[in-house]
Design a protein around this ligand. Structure first.
Ligand SMILES: NC(=O)c1ccc[n+]([C@@H]2O[C@H](COP(=O)([O-])OP(=O)(O)OC[C@H]3O[C@@H](n4cnc5c(N)ncnc54)[C@H](OP(=O)(O)O)[C@@H]3O)[C@@H](O)[C@H]2O)c1
Length: 238
């Protein structure tokens, strides 16, 4: 039985991924802050899930807790970082930006570093993380969110380069959703919204194929191309 950890599995995409991993014969460590939700989720099948409360913003205790969770699982083949936050912040309230940075940048980096070092020691592993199509351009309504996702995209690329240079089979998958029907998908004007089930299937498929970058759903690749092509002059006016 392969072993996986999903960071941010108490709801949304992470929960969907954890369910699908279990259906694919993985023993899965599920984490998040909401212990009650994690416990209820784990109780649906104790042979498949181990719950651990982890607040990724606490970068002191997170590595210790991950090490404990790996011991409880009996190893680790795959870790998926799905934890994330982001709010509209038109008035640049620093507390909102600070929370996004603490979760999506500091928390993300703490886990990515821990995972890469763990996999380097055991000489193999797979790190996947949910960034966002939003990371491809800046946002006037949620500046820290888009910037944090740009950071994740770049950080994952750096780790991919590092694993190649080391010559160790550590696979890095950058998962870039457009819109998925979860609590995080806020605001009007959403389109091509994926169900959690469809998103989770496409994500697991990409992980099984050890893809480097995947858009969820696949047609969001088109939006990514368009976003990159829009000249600054036009983008700044949107
Ligand atoms: N939904 C979309 O349209 C969309 C689009 C692009 C990218 N994404 C990305 O997809 C990822 C998953 O989001 P989602 O849509 O599934 O939303 P969600 O249902 O709100 O899930 C977010 C998950 O992150 C966890 N989390 C948040 N802050 C945390 C913290 N400090 N410590 C530990 N866990 C934390 C939450 O668990 P607790 O609250 O229990 O801690 C929850 O399990 C995020 O990174 C998001 O940026 C989503």
């Amino acid at each position: 039985m392969k072993k996986a950890i999903v960071i941010g599995a108490s709801s949304g995409i992470g929960k969907g991924i954890a369910q699908l991993l279990a259906a694919n014969n993985y023993y899965v460590g599920i984490t998040g802050r909401r212990t009650d939700l994690l416990k209820a989720f784990a109780s649906t099948n104790r042979n498949c899930f181990v719950a651990k409360t982890i607040d990724v913003k606490d970068t002191i205790t997170t590595p210790e807790k991950l090490t404990e969770l790996v011991a409880e699982l009996g190893g680790l083949d795959l870790i998926i970082i799905s934890s994330g936050t982001g709010d509209f912040n038109e008035h640049l309230d620093f507390e909102i930006e600070k929370n996004t940075i603490a979760t999506n940048i500091l928390g993300f980096t703490c886990i990515a570093d821990w995972a890469f070092n763990f996999f380097e020691k055991q000489q193999y592993g797979h790190l996947a993380a949910i960034s966002s199509v939003g990371g491809l351009r800046g946002s006037r309504v949620a500046p820290a969110y888009n910037a944090s996702k740009a950071y994740q995209i770049s950080y994952l690329e750096g780790l991919r380069q590092k694993s190649k240079k080391l010559g160790i089979p550590i696979f890095i998958t950058d998962i870039r959703p457009g819109f998925v029907d979860t609590a995080m998908a806020k605001g009007e004007g959403q389109f091509w919204v994926s169900s959690i089930t469809k998103a989770a299937h496409q994500i697991i498929n990409a992980i099984n194929k050890k893809k480097q970058i995947v858009y969820i759903t696949k047609r969001w690749k088109l939006i990514a191309i368009i976003l990159r092509l829009i000249p600054n002059k036009i983008y700044n006016r949107l």
